[in-house]
Design a protein around this ligand. Structure first.
Ligand code: FAD
Length: 360
Protein backbone atom coordinates (compact mmCIF):
# COMPACT_ATOMS: atom_id res chain seq x y z
CA UNK A 1 0.00 0.00 0.00
CA UNK A 2 2.81 2.41 0.88
CA UNK A 3 4.53 2.78 -2.44
CA UNK A 4 5.20 6.48 -2.53
CA UNK A 5 8.34 6.49 -0.42
CA UNK A 6 9.08 7.87 3.01
CA UNK A 7 8.79 11.24 4.72
CA UNK A 8 10.28 12.63 7.93
CA UNK A 9 8.34 15.50 9.49
CA UNK A 10 9.93 17.70 12.16
CA UNK A 11 7.24 19.01 14.52
CA UNK A 12 3.92 17.36 15.39
CA UNK A 13 1.70 20.29 16.18
CA UNK A 14 -1.24 21.12 13.90
CA UNK A 15 0.76 21.54 10.66
CA UNK A 16 2.90 18.47 11.22
CA UNK A 17 -0.11 16.29 12.07
CA UNK A 18 -2.10 17.51 9.07
CA UNK A 19 0.84 17.00 6.71
CA UNK A 20 1.46 13.48 8.05
CA UNK A 21 -2.15 12.61 7.27
CA UNK A 22 -2.14 14.07 3.75
CA UNK A 23 1.18 12.36 2.89
CA UNK A 24 0.00 9.03 4.30
CA UNK A 25 -3.12 9.35 2.20
CA UNK A 26 -1.05 9.41 -1.01
CA UNK A 27 0.92 6.34 0.08
CA UNK A 28 3.93 7.70 1.97
CA UNK A 29 5.21 6.15 5.17
CA UNK A 30 5.69 8.99 7.65
CA UNK A 31 7.84 9.47 10.76
CA UNK A 32 6.93 12.46 12.92
CA UNK A 33 9.59 13.81 15.30
CA UNK A 34 8.24 16.01 18.09
CA UNK A 35 10.33 17.44 20.89
CA UNK A 36 7.47 17.86 23.39
CA UNK A 37 5.40 15.21 25.14
CA UNK A 38 2.12 17.16 24.90
CA UNK A 39 2.31 18.48 28.44
CA UNK A 40 2.41 22.24 28.85
CA UNK A 41 1.14 22.78 25.29
CA UNK A 42 -0.47 26.12 24.58
CA UNK A 43 -2.88 27.37 21.99
CA UNK A 44 -5.61 29.85 21.34
CA UNK A 45 -8.62 29.24 19.12
CA UNK A 46 -8.95 28.28 15.47
CA UNK A 47 -11.64 28.09 12.86
CA UNK A 48 -12.14 24.41 11.97
CA UNK A 49 -13.62 23.96 8.49
CA UNK A 50 -16.54 21.61 7.95
CA UNK A 51 -15.37 17.96 7.76
CA UNK A 52 -11.74 18.81 8.56
CA UNK A 53 -10.58 15.29 9.43
CA UNK A 54 -12.55 13.68 6.58
CA UNK A 55 -11.03 16.19 4.17
CA UNK A 56 -7.45 15.47 5.21
CA UNK A 57 -7.65 11.71 5.60
CA UNK A 58 -10.12 10.95 2.81
CA UNK A 59 -12.00 8.66 5.22
CA UNK A 60 -15.80 8.61 5.50
CA UNK A 61 -17.24 10.19 8.68
CA UNK A 62 -18.08 6.78 10.14
CA UNK A 63 -14.37 5.88 10.24
CA UNK A 64 -13.13 9.10 11.85
CA UNK A 65 -11.95 8.23 15.38
CA UNK A 66 -12.64 11.67 16.86
CA UNK A 67 -14.75 13.98 14.69
CA UNK A 68 -14.62 17.72 15.22
CA UNK A 69 -17.50 20.15 14.88
CA UNK A 70 -16.99 23.00 12.40
CA UNK A 71 -16.55 26.56 13.67
CA UNK A 72 -14.38 28.16 16.32
CA UNK A 73 -12.67 25.48 18.37
CA UNK A 74 -9.90 25.45 20.92
CA UNK A 75 -6.41 24.54 19.74
CA UNK A 76 -6.66 21.51 22.06
CA UNK A 77 -9.86 20.21 20.42
CA UNK A 78 -8.32 20.41 16.93
CA UNK A 79 -5.05 18.90 18.13
CA UNK A 80 -6.89 16.06 19.90
CA UNK A 81 -8.91 15.16 16.78
CA UNK A 82 -5.78 15.15 14.59
CA UNK A 83 -3.85 13.08 17.13
CA UNK A 84 -6.63 10.48 17.22
CA UNK A 85 -6.51 10.23 13.40
CA UNK A 86 -2.71 9.80 13.51
CA UNK A 87 -2.96 7.05 16.11
CA UNK A 88 -5.43 5.18 13.89
CA UNK A 89 -3.09 5.33 10.87
CA UNK A 90 -0.55 2.47 10.72
CA UNK A 91 1.57 4.30 8.12
CA UNK A 92 2.43 7.09 10.59
CA UNK A 93 4.87 6.77 13.48
CA UNK A 94 4.84 9.61 16.02
CA UNK A 95 7.95 9.90 18.17
CA UNK A 96 7.59 12.37 21.03
CA UNK A 97 10.35 13.67 23.31
CA UNK A 98 12.52 13.69 20.19
CA UNK A 99 14.13 17.05 19.52
CA UNK A 100 15.78 17.59 16.16
CA UNK A 101 19.15 19.33 16.34
CA UNK A 102 19.92 19.66 12.64
CA UNK A 103 18.82 18.51 9.19
CA UNK A 104 20.82 17.57 6.09
CA UNK A 105 20.38 16.09 2.63
CA UNK A 106 22.25 14.60 -0.31
CA UNK A 107 21.12 13.64 -3.82
CA UNK A 108 19.02 10.68 -2.69
CA UNK A 109 17.83 11.34 0.88
CA UNK A 110 17.18 13.95 3.52
CA UNK A 111 17.63 13.32 7.24
CA UNK A 112 17.17 14.76 10.70
CA UNK A 113 19.71 14.36 13.49
CA UNK A 114 18.10 14.20 16.92
CA UNK A 115 19.56 15.56 20.13
CA UNK A 116 20.59 11.99 21.04
CA UNK A 117 22.58 11.81 17.79
CA UNK A 118 20.22 9.45 15.94
CA UNK A 119 19.81 9.95 12.21
CA UNK A 120 16.25 9.58 10.80
CA UNK A 121 16.10 9.56 6.98
CA UNK A 122 13.44 9.83 4.31
CA UNK A 123 12.91 10.61 0.64
CA UNK A 124 11.37 13.89 1.79
CA UNK A 125 11.92 15.99 4.92
CA UNK A 126 9.25 18.47 6.03
CA UNK A 127 9.81 21.30 8.49
CA UNK A 128 6.60 21.75 10.50
CA UNK A 129 8.57 23.04 13.46
CA UNK A 130 6.98 26.42 13.94
CA UNK A 131 8.20 29.99 14.01
CA UNK A 132 11.71 29.11 15.29
CA UNK A 133 12.17 26.35 12.71
CA UNK A 134 15.44 24.38 12.60
CA UNK A 135 14.58 23.21 9.08
CA UNK A 136 14.16 26.80 7.86
CA UNK A 137 17.80 27.46 8.73
CA UNK A 138 18.73 24.90 6.05
CA UNK A 139 16.03 25.84 3.53
CA UNK A 140 16.53 29.61 3.79
CA UNK A 141 19.98 30.18 5.35
CA UNK A 142 20.01 33.82 4.26
CA UNK A 143 16.81 34.55 6.17
CA UNK A 144 16.54 32.01 8.98
CA UNK A 145 14.62 33.94 11.68
CA UNK A 146 11.13 35.29 12.15
CA UNK A 147 11.28 38.79 13.66
CA UNK A 148 9.54 40.20 16.72
CA UNK A 149 6.49 42.24 15.67
CA UNK A 150 6.67 44.58 18.71
CA UNK A 151 3.85 43.31 20.94
CA UNK A 152 2.62 40.43 23.06
CA UNK A 153 -0.75 38.69 23.09
CA UNK A 154 -2.06 37.59 26.46
CA UNK A 155 -4.39 34.62 26.02
CA UNK A 156 -6.73 32.74 28.33
CA UNK A 157 -9.97 30.74 28.47
CA UNK A 158 -12.62 30.87 31.21
CA UNK A 159 -15.76 28.79 31.83
CA UNK A 160 -18.96 30.80 31.53
CA UNK A 161 -20.27 28.84 34.53
CA UNK A 162 -17.47 30.26 36.73
CA UNK A 163 -18.12 33.84 35.69
CA UNK A 164 -21.81 34.18 36.43
CA UNK A 165 -22.58 37.09 34.12
CA UNK A 166 -26.07 37.95 33.00
CA UNK A 167 -24.92 39.22 29.59
CA UNK A 168 -23.47 36.59 27.30
CA UNK A 169 -21.85 37.24 23.91
CA UNK A 170 -23.34 35.67 20.80
CA UNK A 171 -20.34 36.12 18.57
CA UNK A 172 -16.68 37.07 18.25
CA UNK A 173 -16.05 40.54 19.70
CA UNK A 174 -13.36 43.12 18.95
CA UNK A 175 -13.02 45.51 21.90
CA UNK A 176 -10.61 47.93 23.46
CA UNK A 177 -9.14 51.35 23.11
CA UNK A 178 -6.35 52.75 20.98
CA UNK A 179 -3.53 50.86 22.74
CA UNK A 180 -5.24 47.67 23.81
CA UNK A 181 -7.12 45.44 21.41
CA UNK A 182 -9.13 42.55 22.78
CA UNK A 183 -10.45 39.70 20.69
CA UNK A 184 -13.11 37.68 22.55
CA UNK A 185 -14.62 34.45 21.22
CA UNK A 186 -17.21 32.07 22.65
CA UNK A 187 -15.99 28.45 22.51
CA UNK A 188 -17.83 25.16 23.05
CA UNK A 189 -17.77 23.91 26.66
CA UNK A 190 -15.44 21.08 27.64
CA UNK A 191 -18.30 18.65 26.93
CA UNK A 192 -18.83 20.20 23.48
CA UNK A 193 -21.93 22.11 24.62
CA UNK A 194 -22.75 25.35 22.83
CA UNK A 195 -25.59 26.25 25.23
CA UNK A 196 -25.19 29.80 26.52
CA UNK A 197 -23.91 29.70 30.11
CA UNK A 198 -22.16 26.32 29.58
CA UNK A 199 -19.61 27.45 27.02
CA UNK A 200 -16.12 28.85 27.51
CA UNK A 201 -14.95 32.34 26.67
CA UNK A 202 -11.58 32.65 24.97
CA UNK A 203 -9.78 35.98 24.90
CA UNK A 204 -6.66 37.38 23.24
CA UNK A 205 -5.40 40.77 24.43
CA UNK A 206 -2.94 42.60 22.15
CA UNK A 207 -0.53 44.66 24.26
CA UNK A 208 2.43 46.68 22.97
CA UNK A 209 3.28 48.25 26.33
CA UNK A 210 5.22 45.40 27.97
CA UNK A 211 8.17 44.88 25.68
CA UNK A 212 10.58 45.60 28.57
CA UNK A 213 9.20 42.56 30.40
CA UNK A 214 9.56 40.43 27.25
CA UNK A 215 13.20 41.45 26.98
CA UNK A 216 14.11 41.17 30.67
CA UNK A 217 12.56 37.69 30.85
CA UNK A 218 14.46 36.52 27.75
CA UNK A 219 11.20 35.87 25.85
CA UNK A 220 12.50 38.27 23.20
CA UNK A 221 16.21 38.69 22.45
CA UNK A 222 17.22 41.34 19.98
CA UNK A 223 14.77 40.97 17.12
CA UNK A 224 13.96 37.30 17.73
CA UNK A 225 11.18 35.71 19.79
CA UNK A 226 12.67 32.96 21.99
CA UNK A 227 9.66 31.69 23.94
CA UNK A 228 6.24 32.50 25.38
CA UNK A 229 5.72 33.67 28.94
CA UNK A 230 4.13 30.72 30.69
CA UNK A 231 1.76 31.33 33.65
CA UNK A 232 4.42 30.78 36.32
CA UNK A 233 6.84 33.09 34.51
CA UNK A 234 4.52 36.11 34.56
CA UNK A 235 5.38 38.32 37.57
CA UNK A 236 2.66 38.93 40.16
CA UNK A 237 3.00 42.67 39.60
CA UNK A 238 2.15 42.12 35.92
CA UNK A 239 -0.88 40.00 36.84
CA UNK A 240 -2.06 42.78 39.17
CA UNK A 241 -1.56 45.48 36.51
CA UNK A 242 -3.37 43.39 33.89
CA UNK A 243 -6.29 42.86 36.30
CA UNK A 244 -6.56 46.59 36.99
CA UNK A 245 -6.42 47.45 33.29
CA UNK A 246 -8.96 44.75 32.36
CA UNK A 247 -11.49 46.20 34.82
CA UNK A 248 -11.06 49.66 33.31
CA UNK A 249 -10.79 48.79 29.64
CA UNK A 250 -13.14 45.96 28.82
CA UNK A 251 -16.87 45.37 29.42
CA UNK A 252 -18.43 42.37 31.12
CA UNK A 253 -18.31 39.41 30.54
CA UNK A 254 -14.91 39.78 28.78
CA UNK A 255 -13.32 41.60 31.74
CA UNK A 256 -14.71 38.84 34.01
CA UNK A 257 -13.20 36.15 31.78
CA UNK A 258 -9.81 37.87 31.98
CA UNK A 259 -10.04 38.34 35.77
CA UNK A 260 -11.03 34.69 36.22
CA UNK A 261 -8.04 33.56 34.13
CA UNK A 262 -5.71 35.86 36.09
CA UNK A 263 -7.02 34.57 39.41
CA UNK A 264 -6.32 30.98 38.29
CA UNK A 265 -2.91 32.05 36.94
CA UNK A 266 -4.04 30.59 33.59
CA UNK A 267 -2.67 33.26 31.28
CA UNK A 268 0.00 32.87 28.62
CA UNK A 269 1.88 35.75 27.00
CA UNK A 270 2.93 35.05 23.41
CA UNK A 271 5.32 37.59 21.85
CA UNK A 272 4.26 37.85 18.22
CA UNK A 273 6.72 37.12 15.42
CA UNK A 274 6.34 37.58 11.68
CA UNK A 275 8.10 35.94 8.74
CA UNK A 276 7.59 36.68 5.04
CA UNK A 277 9.10 33.75 3.11
CA UNK A 278 11.26 34.06 0.01
CA UNK A 279 11.37 30.30 -0.46
CA UNK A 280 9.60 27.23 0.86
CA UNK A 281 11.79 24.40 -0.42
CA UNK A 282 15.37 23.34 -1.02
CA UNK A 283 16.15 20.02 -2.70
CA UNK A 284 14.26 17.38 -0.72
CA UNK A 285 13.24 19.67 2.12
CA UNK A 286 10.00 21.67 2.38
CA UNK A 287 8.47 24.00 4.96
CA UNK A 288 4.81 24.04 6.02
CA UNK A 289 2.77 26.05 8.54
CA UNK A 290 4.45 28.55 10.84
CA UNK A 291 7.88 27.27 9.78
CA UNK A 292 7.01 28.48 6.29
CA UNK A 293 5.13 31.70 7.07
CA UNK A 294 4.42 33.46 10.36
CA UNK A 295 1.55 35.96 10.22
CA UNK A 296 0.19 37.99 13.11
CA UNK A 297 -2.77 36.11 14.64
CA UNK A 298 -4.80 39.21 13.72
CA UNK A 299 -5.05 37.68 10.21
CA UNK A 300 -6.94 34.73 11.75
CA UNK A 301 -5.59 32.61 8.88
CA UNK A 302 -2.45 30.83 10.13
CA UNK A 303 -4.28 27.54 10.54
CA UNK A 304 -6.20 27.55 7.25
CA UNK A 305 -3.01 28.46 5.39
CA UNK A 306 -1.25 25.53 7.12
CA UNK A 307 -4.05 23.22 6.00
CA UNK A 308 -3.55 24.41 2.42
CA UNK A 309 0.20 23.73 2.72
CA UNK A 310 -0.47 20.16 3.83
CA UNK A 311 -2.88 19.56 0.97
CA UNK A 312 -0.73 21.25 -1.71
CA UNK A 313 2.40 19.35 -0.66
CA UNK A 314 0.67 15.97 -0.92
CA UNK A 315 -0.97 16.93 -4.23
CA UNK A 316 2.42 17.88 -5.72
CA UNK A 317 4.17 14.71 -4.47
CA UNK A 318 1.31 12.42 -5.57
CA UNK A 319 1.66 13.21 -9.28
CA UNK A 320 5.43 12.69 -9.46
CA UNK A 321 7.24 9.36 -9.53
CA UNK A 322 7.97 8.10 -6.01
CA UNK A 323 11.45 9.03 -4.73
CA UNK A 324 12.97 10.31 -7.99
CA UNK A 325 10.26 12.93 -8.46
CA UNK A 326 10.57 14.59 -5.03
CA UNK A 327 12.59 17.63 -6.08
CA UNK A 328 10.24 18.39 -8.98
CA UNK A 329 7.27 17.92 -6.66
CA UNK A 330 8.70 20.38 -4.13
CA UNK A 331 9.39 22.91 -6.86
CA UNK A 332 5.71 22.63 -7.84
CA UNK A 333 4.64 22.90 -4.19
CA UNK A 334 6.55 26.14 -3.83
CA UNK A 335 4.99 27.43 -7.05
CA UNK A 336 1.53 26.67 -5.68
CA UNK A 337 2.01 28.16 -2.21
CA UNK A 338 4.68 30.89 -2.08
CA UNK A 339 2.62 33.81 -3.33
CA UNK A 340 -0.28 33.05 -0.98
CA UNK A 341 2.06 32.56 1.99
CA UNK A 342 3.79 35.88 1.36
CA UNK A 343 0.60 37.86 0.95
CA UNK A 344 -0.90 36.31 4.10
CA UNK A 345 1.97 37.62 6.24
CA UNK A 346 2.13 40.96 4.43
CA UNK A 347 -1.62 41.45 4.95
CA UNK A 348 -1.04 41.57 8.72
CA UNK A 349 2.10 43.70 8.74
CA UNK A 350 0.24 47.00 8.40
CA UNK A 351 -1.68 46.24 11.60
CA UNK A 352 1.47 45.11 13.41
CA UNK A 353 3.49 48.17 12.47
CA UNK A 354 0.85 50.68 13.50
CA UNK A 355 -0.04 48.79 16.70
CA UNK A 356 3.59 48.45 17.79
CA UNK A 357 4.33 52.08 16.90
CA UNK A 358 1.70 53.37 19.34
CA UNK A 359 3.74 52.15 22.29
CA UNK A 360 7.09 53.36 20.96
C1 FAD B 1 -1.44 33.57 20.18
C2 FAD B 1 -1.78 32.93 18.86
C3 FAD B 1 -3.06 33.00 18.36
C4 FAD B 1 -3.39 32.43 17.12
N1 FAD B 1 -4.65 32.54 16.67
C5 FAD B 1 -4.96 32.01 15.45
C6 FAD B 1 -6.28 32.14 14.93
O1 FAD B 1 -7.17 32.74 15.55
N2 FAD B 1 -6.56 31.57 13.72
C7 FAD B 1 -5.60 30.90 13.01
O2 FAD B 1 -5.90 30.39 11.92
N3 FAD B 1 -4.33 30.78 13.47
C8 FAD B 1 -3.99 31.32 14.66
N4 FAD B 1 -2.71 31.21 15.12
C9 FAD B 1 -1.71 30.50 14.30
C10 FAD B 1 -1.91 29.00 14.34
O3 FAD B 1 -1.97 28.57 15.68
C11 FAD B 1 -0.75 28.31 13.61
O4 FAD B 1 -0.57 28.94 12.35
C12 FAD B 1 -1.07 26.86 13.37
O5 FAD B 1 -1.42 26.25 14.60
C13 FAD B 1 0.09 26.10 12.76
O6 FAD B 1 1.15 26.00 13.66
P1 FAD B 1 2.36 24.99 13.35
O7 FAD B 1 1.92 23.58 13.61
O8 FAD B 1 2.89 25.30 11.99
O9 FAD B 1 3.48 25.45 14.36
P2 FAD B 1 3.60 25.26 16.00
O10 FAD B 1 2.24 25.20 16.55
O11 FAD B 1 4.53 26.29 16.42
O12 FAD B 1 4.22 23.82 16.10
C14 FAD B 1 5.57 23.54 15.92
C15 FAD B 1 5.85 22.18 16.55
O13 FAD B 1 7.18 21.81 16.27
C16 FAD B 1 7.79 21.33 17.46
N5 FAD B 1 9.22 21.61 17.31
C17 FAD B 1 9.83 22.82 17.19
N6 FAD B 1 11.16 22.67 17.05
C18 FAD B 1 11.40 21.34 17.08
C19 FAD B 1 12.59 20.56 16.97
N7 FAD B 1 13.80 21.14 16.84
N8 FAD B 1 12.49 19.22 17.04
C20 FAD B 1 11.27 18.62 17.18
N9 FAD B 1 10.11 19.30 17.29
C21 FAD B 1 10.18 20.65 17.22
C22 FAD B 1 7.14 22.13 18.57
O14 FAD B 1 7.25 21.49 19.82
C23 FAD B 1 5.69 22.20 18.07
O15 FAD B 1 4.96 21.07 18.47
C24 FAD B 1 -2.37 31.77 16.35
C25 FAD B 1 -1.07 31.69 16.86
C26 FAD B 1 -0.77 32.27 18.09
C27 FAD B 1 0.66 32.17 18.59
Amino acid sequence: MHSHGTAVIVGASLSGLMTALTLSRIGMRVTLLERSDDTGRTGAALHAPDGLIERITGLPSAQIPQPIAPGIQTWFAVHGALRAAIEADPAIELRQNTAVRSVQQDGSQAWAVTSSGERVSGDLLVGADGHRSVVRRRVAPDKPDATFAGYVIWIGIADESSIGSTRWPRDVAFLGDFDNTLLGYPLPGIDGSSAVGSRRLGWAWYDASRNDLLRSSGAVEGNVVRHSLMPAGIPNTTYRELARQARNLFPTPWSDAILDSIERRAVIGTPIAEYVPDQLVRGRMALVGDAAHVPTPMTGSGFSESLQDAEALAAAVAVQPARSGIETALHDYEGARLRSARSLVQSGQGFSRSFAARAA
